[in-house]
Design a protein around this ligand. Sequence first.
Ligand SMILES: CC(C)(COP(=O)(O)OP(=O)(O)OC[C@H]1O[C@@H](n2cnc3c(N)ncnc32)[C@H](O)[C@@H]1OP(=O)(O)O)[C@@H](O)C(=O)NCCC(=O)NCCS
Length: 191
Amino acid sequence: MGTMSDTPRTPSTDIQRLKSIEEVDLQDLCDATEAAIVDGNGFGWLIVPRRAVLESYWKGVVLMPEREVFVAWLDGRIVGSTQLLRPSRHNHAQGHICRLATFFIAPHARGLGLARGLLQMAEDAAREYGFEQIDLDVRETQTAAIQIYEQAGFVRWGVRQNYARVGEDYVTGFFYTKVLSHKRTAGKAGK
Ligand SMILES: CC(C)(COP(=O)(O)OP(=O)(O)OC[C@H]1O[C@@H](n2cnc3c(N)ncnc32)[C@H](O)[C@@H]1OP(=O)(O)O)[C@@H](O)C(=O)NCCC(=O)NCCS
């Protein structure tokens, strides 16, 4: 007969917008970032920066008004994140487009639906802010992310050679967009 310890424990997961960051959460976020960088597919960093650099990065990002940070939690600890980037205020012509960037989950927390949850929350926020389109770009080697983006309705519109350099090798990049809404008919209003 089984005991309680034989019962697989359901992991507790959550996705939230991060408006400010406490020290313990900052350290978890830095740990998750390091793990994603070591895994080889995290951010633009190819080698893990000093902890102080990571801490400054995350503290700064949370304060930036043009960035919205979303984090994924597993069993009470932050294990991944993504950011929604608003266009700069003077960019009236592209004020309808936001960008998704730095989308990652630490390797030990993958496969639990956390990335899908992050993407969904970022998309919901983009709609809430009135953006009509979300753009993103990704290395062609990031197959898990590409699968998630395409399943979420992002459409690949461009391919760029030499998009990233990893060591001596160049990696091709894919450019994606998802249209959330159209306010006007394309091509009628502008010059
Ligand atoms: C992409 C990433 C965020 C996915 O995180 P995750 O929490 O494991 O993703 P989820 O559990 O929400 O979604 C799982 C889905 O990812 C896709 N996926 C996962 N691993 C995959 C793989 N090796 N190949 C193809 N698709 C894969 C599948 O669609 C899977 O859905 P399924 O289980 O129904 O088949 C994570 O792999 C990661 O951090 N990768 C490195 C960073 C990166 O590539 N970021 C994107 C560019 S900035």
